[in-house]
Design a protein around this ligand. Structure first.
Ligand SMILES: *Cc1c(COP(=O)(O)O)cnc(C)c1O
Length: 231
């Protein structure tokens, strides 16, 4: 039961660690069930799907004449975001966890300036061994934070990362150690940003207990809560 797993996670996770429930590929009813158990933060990875779920919530509020239904739900975005999809996502989210390029960051900042918003972001370094071009190199993260003044409509909130998809725990540990090191160095090098730059979002269903050992402040858990996904 979704409710039981949410309760178990809420009681087991250290108090300082936030839980983002990854609801991608699951119906809105699953989100309602988790919310009823006290879960507030939900993460989605596809712009259309996020927009549809936000619209569904609006529809339910209108049908029931209950505008405050699930009023304190908080949406995060965790997927690859193309710059032509920003308007589907940014109006709804408290945090874009998956900012994986300077180009995307610049586009988010421009959107924020045009819409009078300051958008919370996590920068996503590329550490996992998979062959993908997505994600910042560590040096690019430091350079970007060094020019944070250029991004008046962005709030830099921290680092998000994924470990290599493998059964080899030593590889997972090395990846989490790299992510933690980028997070710690960022805070040390840019103390002016540090009060906002507080999140190290690492850990998913299969590896979150390990991520907690590397000082995760936010875990993103999907299949453990909602079951396996039908792609
Ligand atoms: C899907 C996804 C998750 C959740 O993965 P589970 O293994 O289902 O817990 C976490 N983070 C990101 C970036 C994802 O895309």
């Amino acid at each position: 039961m979704i409710k039981d797993i949410i309760n178990k996670l809420h009681s087991e996770l250290p108090a300082a660690v936030k839980l983002a429930a990854v609801s991608k590929f699951h119906p809105f009813e699953a989100i309602e069930e988790a919310y009823a158990a006290g879960q507030k933060v939900f993460a989605e990875s596809r712009p259309q799907e996020l927009a549809a779920k936000v619209a569904r919530l609006e529809e339910i509020r209108a049908e029931r004449g209950e505008p405050s239904y699930m009023a304190d739900i908080e949406w995060h975005f965790i997927g690859h975001l193309q710059t032509n999809k920003l308007k589907m996502v940014l109006p709804h989210v408290a945090l874009v966890q998956s900012v994986d390029s300077l180009r995307l960051l610049e586009a988010i900042n421009s959107w924020g300036a045009a819409n009078g918003r300051i958008v919370g972001v996590l920068l996503e370094p590329h550490v996992a061994a998979e062959d993908t071009k997505q994600g910042f190199a560590a040096d690019e993260i430091y350079e970007t934070l060094g020019s944070a003044g250029r991004f008046a409509n962005v709030r830099f909130r921290g680092i998000m990362g994924m470990a290599t998809f493998t059964d080899d725990e030593s590889v997972i540990r090395a990846d989490f150690a790299s992510l933690k090191s980028i997070f710690d160095s960022s805070r040390l090098q840019y103390p002016a940003l540090a009060p906002d730059f507080t999140e190290l979002s690492i850990g998913m269903s299969d590896d979150y207990p390990i991520a907690l050992e590397y000082a995760s402040t936010m875990v993103r858990i999907g299949s453990m809560i909602f079951g396996s996904r039908q792609y």
